[in-house]
Design a protein around this ligand. Sequence first.
Ligand code: PAF
Length: 284
Amino acid sequence: MRVIEIIHTIAKMQSYADQSRGKGNIIVFVPTMGYLHAGHLSLMQEGLKHGDDLVVSIFINPTQFGPGEDLDAYPRDLERDIELVRKEGTKALFTPEAKEIYGSHYQTYVALDKLPDHLCGISRPIHFRGVATVVAKLFNIVKPHIAVFGQKDYQQLIVIRQMVKDLNFDINIIGAPIVREPDGIAMSSRNSYLTPRQRICALSLYESLLNARRLVESGEKDAVKIIAAASDLIKSHPETTIDYIAVCDSETLDEVQIIEQPVLMALAVKVGTTRLIDNMILKP
Ligand code: PAF
């Protein structure tokens, strides 16, 4: 049976990292908020291709949830998660309490200037400040050489890449492809909120991306038309409320009107009360 070290304190995690580095290991880090699914496990598998000491964190980070969001309801199952990460070959699991990460009088945040003013950042104005802050802290605690993030949270991935570049973290960031359920829906811990009926409606996110890809591949260049087609498709399903559908530059996230090179199409849709996101690169 594989042994996994379960660590709750910053001091212990940092000393684990120092020892691992001292032995010459390459530390690969997969930060998560738990309630793991095959998408998370694929990040761990990708990580192990690049390093030898896989460290996973499970921490539901309060600073990335806005008022009225699902912080308290966020699904949790630590015992099952421990079993899953152990099987993937994780050597250490860091799972601190919020008060360990944000001590009393906490007051330092990492906020990016431009990237959060797009896509999810518009309806979730403090989200990326919370993500960048906790990830910067986790990087200082886990001291990884490499960290793996999923492309499903595309904006998060490029926010982290930008932060790493701007703040000179000596960490290589790897983006891993979206993992989908057999029916095509992007894996997410939040899928567990969906009723069977809502799940069918949730498929419209992926269907609208596939449809956009077909349109672009057959010569459509007008982003307005592509967005309108996606919007019509999603709205034809009950219980869907579109937050945004965007066609944008894959690095700056600025909107693109005429598609002449690969672009990012990203969307966020509420199905019932569950907010889902998905994205795809469209290539003309
Ligand atoms: O993607 C997530 O699960 C979270 O945003 C992350 C990166 C673990 C930070 O809390």
